[in-house]
Design a binder for this molecule. Structure first.
Ligand code: ZN
Length: 567
């Protein structure tokens, strides 16, 4: 294969799949059926709650609380409010946001209960927080979560009484070191009635809503999730990554008390996080719809489950472009690695020369090590070398996405031109896969729920390559194109989300999707003049550095949190 056609088809298909996988659904209108989730209806609450800053202790905070109590009472809930004192850590956060002389507020949780047919069963609890940080209207964080809980409760009531009791806990003081959740789980007797929790958060004002955190031993929980949630967005990779990040939500407190839970969030439009610009009009209604529709499906499933899910071995799971959930036990990962290895061996058997295979392996290592080094270096150029304003770095994410994509493309084409170019495509592809097969096995042994992004694309790539070598030309080429489309598409979507989640701080993470996508692209690369390719790759790298300098030299984003500083 020496022409552009196959590569172009694969790349265009990959881009389309990545866009499908990262685009939130269309928001449902206010005239959607009463039993469905409607972002338009939820927006009415968001406009009432999230049009002005409402940090704990403010008059606006009190107004929002009264609104929520009225709103829940009218929806048939028995509502109580509970007061507790701010913790020492919470007080520190409060003074940082509101000034050292501001008097400490009480923490006032809103606890609402609507009985089901059988109140002896453990209850299902929806959780979100109504306090904002100082200076942010917080239409997203967490008015979007609160409004999703209200609209979900309304839709459930519209479909009649459920089996279990439904509790809605709207916490206070989440922005003050989770003080409201801590008060509920340590001293409210109703906490003992809770069987499972669905928490809703945001770290930005848009994008797809993902179920990104569960409790340990999530096998049964995830099977229930899979059965009940239509077009789910969830990956065991994010569960693994989040576990290693210092971030906390109210669910952190619940989990420390031994509760099972599902945590949903969206993190797109990251400049809106804790920002004065997080107003209702700026919120992505598609993100709200995405969160609400999944929470509603899941809550319905939990309310009618004869038994709530208990401890069961962790599952590996991921959504295939937000269309369907793929979930399998951890041991299946070994079968997939074995199959991928076998397919690459089949492709290379009596064909791949040692020289070609070595070139491929060196390319993969160069992409991982060289790619990570360049991603790290360019991030320093973009301003990460000195004191940074966390929120300014978040605001730079859309440009960092382009910077990182250009570095990945540039490094790939340069490494490909220098190391592979007109050498045998099948032999070099087999060699390129070898370091990743080893890495996949290491990941499978050490972090099996995070190994699928390496293992599954290699299985596809191995199948495509084996078909190219063993089946007839047309079948082989079509399979290799399909494998590249799916694998590169997944790497684009995953890379986009990883950069959104941790890109400003760990940009090197993008080297992995780069290397995996490269292994799938090599069999389809056209014959081109080497020097020209190096020039194009170098131009991409220069452009990336240009973006980095733009990020470095422009003033601090207007969107940063009012109390934020450089550190
Ligand atoms: Zn929050």
């Amino acid at each position: 294969m020496r022409h552009w056609g196959a590569l172009l088809v694969a790349l265009v298909g990959a881009a389309i799949l990545a866009i499908i996988g990262t685009t939130p659904p269309r928001p449902a209108s206010a005239s959607a059926p009463a039993t469905a989730f409607s972002a338009a209806r939820a927006m009415l609450d968001i406009r009432a709650i999230g049009h002005a800053p409402h940090p704990a202790g403010s008059a606006e905070h009190e107004r929002v609380r009264h609104y929520l109590v009225r709103r829940l009472t009218r929806s048939g809930f028995t509502v109580t409010t509970t007061r507790s004192a701010v913790s020492a850590k919470g007080a520190k956060a409060f003074h940082k946001q509101n000034g050292a002389s501001a008097p400490l507020p009480p923490i006032v949780d809103i606890v609402a209960l609507r009985p089901g047919r059988n109140s002896a069963l453990p209850a299902v609890m929806l959780m979100a927080h109504y306090d904002s940080v100082a200076g942010s209207p917080a239409a997203a964080d967490d008015s979007a979560g609160v409004a999703s809980a209200l609209e979900t409760a309304r839709a459930i009531a519209a479909s009649g009484q459920g089996d279990r009791d439904l509790i809605v806990l709207i916490t206070d003081g989440e922005e003050l070191e989770l003080d409201g959740a801590r008060a509920f789980f340590t001293s409210n007797p109703l906490s003992r009635h809770v069987g499972v929790i669905v928490n809703m958060e945001t770290r930005g004002g848009g994008g797809r809503a993902s179920m990104f955190e569960t409790g340990a031993d999530n096998g049964a929980m995830m099977r229930l999730f899979e059965r009940n949630v239509d077009r789910p967005v969830a990956t065991s990779l994010s569960v693994f990554v989040y576990k290693h990040l210092p971030n906390d939500t109210d669910l952190t407190v619940a989990k420390a008390h031994g509760f099972f839970g599902f945590n949903f969030a969206f993190i797109g439009r990251p400049s809106q996080y804790h920002s004065p610009s997080a107003v209702p009009a700026a919120l992505d209604r598609g993100a709200l719809q995405d969160m609400g529709r999944q929470v509603l499906d899941l809550t319905r499933g939990l309310l009618k489950a004869p038994n709530l899910p208990g401890h069961a071995s962790d599952l590996v799971f991921f959504d295939a472009f937000g269309l369907v959930l793929v979930a399998y036990p951890v041991w299946v990962g070994w079968v997939l690695i074995g199959a991928a290895t076998g397919l690459y061996a089949l492709a290379g058997w009596r064909h791949a020369t040692l020289g070609a295979a070595a070139r491929g392996a060196v390319m993969t290592l160069a992409l991982i090590i060289g790619g990570a080094a360049l991603l790290y270096g360019a991030n320093l150029v973009s301003g990460a070398d000195g004191p940074v304003n966390y929120y300014d770095r978040l605001a730079a994410i859309p440009r960092l996405e382009w910077q990182i994509l250009l570095i990945c493309l540039g490094v790939f084409v340069v490494a490909w031109a220098l190391l592979i170019a007109d050498h045998d495509r099948i032999g070099t592809s087999v060699g390129a896969a070898v370091p990743l097969l080893i890495l996949g096995a290491v990941a499978q042994a050490m972090a099996p729920t995070a190994a699928y992004p390496i293992v599954v694309p290699l299985l596809l790539g191995g199948a495509g390559l084996a078909a190219m070598r063993r089946a007839n030309e047309t079948v082989g080429r079509s399979l290799a194109v399909a494998a590249a489309m799916l694998g590169i598409g997944y790497m684009l979507a995953m890379g986009f989300l990883l950069v959104e989640a941790v890109g400003p701080f760990i940009p090197m993470i993008a080297a992995l999707p780069l290397a995996i996508a490269a292994v799938l692209a090599v069999p389809l690369m056209p014959t081109v003049e080497r020097r020209r390719v190096v020039v194009v790759g170098a131009a991409m790298l220069v452009l990336a550095i240009g973006i980095a300098l733009w990020i470095r030299l422009d003033p601090v984003a207007a969107s940063v949190a009012t109390y934020s500083s450089f550190s």
